[in-house]
Design a protein around this ligand. Structure first.
Ligand code: SAM
Length: 336
C-alpha cells in the first residue's frame, strides 16, 4: 500500500505536491480547516512563504478597513478545486470530506468541493458568542471632508452608529461532502466500511446527531441540545502557539459520526497543530496529517506523544458527550 509510509505520521510538505503520492480509494474521512491566504491585498500563494511564516494566513473575515477584492474568492475557488479533486481521488467510495470555512467564503469552498465530484450532503454550523467585530466607523473620513466643522458634526450625528458592512461573525460553516457511494449505501458500507452515519452519537439530550454545535454555554435550551465540551488549555498544550487550534471535541464529534472501520484512516491535509490527528488517535483510528510549516509539525507531534504518555490531559473533550449518550432515551425524555 503506497500510503503505508504516511500512516500515523505528520508529514511536513505542501499538500498539493504530496497528495498525488496517495493511493486512490484509500482514505475514509478527510477533516480539515484550510488556509485562505486572504489577510493581505497581495496574492500570497507562495508555498515557501507559507511554510516559513509564523502566521497562518487564515483571517476569515475582512480585516478592518480592508478593500474588498472579489478576485480573492475566485482564486481560493481555483486552488481549492485542485485540492478537492485530489481528495476525491484518494477517498474511498462513500468517504466523507468535512471542510471548515467562513460565512464569507463558504460559497466558493462548497462550489469547489461540489465541482470536484462530491455530493454536498449538508453543512454544520459551529455557533459561538465571542468574536471581534471588524467594522469601522467613518468619522475620520468625515473629518477629512472639505466642509465646515458644523456640517461635519451634522453628518457625524446623522451617521452615528453606522459602520462599514462587516458584522460580528458568530458562526463557522463546515461543509459535509461525500464521495458518491458504490451502488447502494448498504453495499458501500459492507464493501468499503464507510458511507453511513453513526446516529448513536449524540450531543446533550438530542435524540439524533445535529448539524449545529457550540462550545460556549449560551442558555439552557441551546446547551441541552448543542453544547460540546469547551477545550481545555491542557488539550491544546501550553507550548502550542498556533493561532487557530480547533476544539478537540468538534473533531471527535465529526470523526465519531463518520469513521466506521477499525482501520479507518482520517486525513487532515492542513493539520496545523495536529488536532484532527489527536482526535483520530484518541478514538482508535489511524491518522495522516500534512503541514507546510515545520514548527507546527513539531507541535502536532508533541501533542500526539502527550496523548500516549498523559492521556488524562485529553480526557475532558468527549467525556460529557459519552456520558450523555449513555443516558437512555426514556430518561432523556424525562429530563426534557
Ligand atoms: C487553519 S490552520 C489548521 C489548524 C488546525 N485545525 C489546528 O487545530 O491546529 C491551516 C494550516 O495549514 C497550513 N498550510 C498552509 N498552506 C499549506 C500547504 N500548501 N500545504 C500544507 N499545509 C499548509 C498552515 O501552516 C496552517 O497551519
Amino acid at each position: 500500500m503506497r500510503n503505508n509510509k504516511f500512516i500515523n505520521k505528520i508529514v511536513c510538505a505542501n499538500t498539493l505536491e504530496l497528495l498525488p503520492q496517495f493511493e486512490e480509494n484509500s482514505i475514509d474521512v478527510v477533516l480539515t480547516d484550510p488556509p485562505y491566504f486572504l489577510d493581505k491585498l497581495d496574492n500570497n500563494w507562495d508555498y515557501e512563504k507559507v511554510s516559513n511564516q509564523n502566521n497562518q494566513y487564515v483571517i476569515k473575515s475582512l480585516p478592518a478597513g480592508m478593500k474588498f477584492d472579489r478576485e480573492q474568492g475566485k482564486r481560493f475557488y481555483a486552488w481549492y478545486l485542485d485540492i478537492s479533486r485530489e481528495i476525491f481521488r484518494i477517498l474511498k467510495p462513500g468517504g466523507f470530506f468535512f471542510s471548515f470555512s467562513s460565512p464569507r467564503l463558504y460559497h466558493r469552498m462548497a462550489s469547489a468541493i461540489d465541482d470536484a465530484g462530491f455530493e454536498i450532503r449538508d453543512a454544520f454550523m459551529w455557533l459561538y458568542t465571542q468574536n471581534q467585530a471588524k467594522a469601522m466607523g467613518v468619522d475620520h473620513f468625515i473629518k477629512k471632508m472639505n466642509i465646515d466643522e458644523k456640517a461635519k458634526e451634522k453628518i457625524k450625528e446623522k451617521l452615528n452608529g453606522w459602520k462599514t458592512p462587516q458584522i460580528k461573525s458568530c458562526f463557522e460553516p463546515i461543509a459535509m461532502a461525500q464521495k458518491p457511494a458504490d451502488q447502494t449505501y448498504l453495499n458501500n458500507m459492507l464493501k468499503h466500511e464507510v458511507g453511513l452515519f453513526n446516529t448513536n452519537v449524540r450531543i446533550g439530550d438530542n435524540m439524533y446527531p445535529a448539524n449545529v454545535f457550540t462550545i460556549d454555554s449560551i442558555n439552557e435550551l441551546i446547551n441541552r441540545a448543542f453544547l460540546l465540551p469547551k477545550p481545555t488549555k491542557k488539550e491544546k498544550g501550553e507550548y502550542n502557539d498556533h493561532k487557530t487550534v480547533k476544539p478537540l471535541a468538534i473533531c471527535e464529534y465529526l470523526i465519531k459520526l463518520s469513521a466506521f472501520s477499525k482501520n479507518a484512516v482520517v486525513l487532515d491535509p492542513f493539520i496545523g497543530s495536529g488536532t484532527t490527528a489527536v482526535a483520530a488517535k484518541k478514538l482508535g483510528k489511524n491518522y495522516i496529517g500534512i503541514e507546510a510549516n515545520e514548527k507546527y509539525v513539531k507541535i502536532a507531534e508533541k501533542r500526539l506523544k502527550e496523548l500516549d504518555e498523559r492521556p488524562e490531559l485529553f480526557s475532558d473533550s468527549m467525556k460529557k458527550l459519552d456520558e450523555r449518550s449513555k443516558v437512555s432515551p426514556r430518561v432523556q425524555l424525562q429530563i426534557a
